[in-house]
Design a protein around this ligand. Sequence first.
Ligand code: BG6
Ligand code: MG
Length: 223
Amino acid sequence: MKAVIFDLDGVITDTAEWHYLAWKDLANSIGIDFNREFNEELKGISRMESLEKILEHGGVADQYSETEKLALANTKNEKYVQLLTQMKPEDIFPGVKEFLEELKKNDILIGLASASKNAPAILESLKITSYFQTVVDPEEVANGKPAPDIFLKAAEKLAVRPSECIGIEDSTAGISAIKDAGMFAVGVGTVEKMKQAGADLVLENTNQLVLSLLLEEFSTKQN
Ligand code: BG6
Ligand code: MG
């Protein structure tokens, strides 16, 4: 195992909740119902694709021009970015900083494979940018999650083989992406949802991100 490739939103910090709040605000403002169950389908999905899904969900996909859609996506992002201004280093999920330290001490490479264009700014706010040898820009890859592209790009940039990587995700689209990239998938979330998506190992929370445990599961899977 040579590298760990992280998703950001919902894995490193609670921004999955902030995306939810900002999308709910936007959807409700144009008369579309928005609940947590539907929100699950948006996790890991790019901003414009999420908007398309919301408009379809509301049965109004054909009622907006491309320019209007861009304006709606901007409105959502403005709300989200406004929420991000309160972010502090203490908002990192429990155990994540310790895990990053452990990886660094053991010379394991660290990458970020997030669909979010706000990812670099969030790493800065959390003061953890320096841990990452690569942060893939989602614009660099042709297909978003559940396609494997962004995880494959991270491995390529780290100069490691996918089979030498562990990917960590909270979304079902992200777990599919990791598995299709040929990597070991760690899902953070409920066992049922993560197992169904194909996770090799499920952790209830980020406190369970401990290198020795991951290495043990990783090598069991290889044999
Ligand atoms: C993903 C989130 O990480 O990034 C999605 O899970 C989000 O909810 C996507 O829509 C894009 O984020 P952004 O910050 O570029 O709008
Ligand atoms: Mg996520």
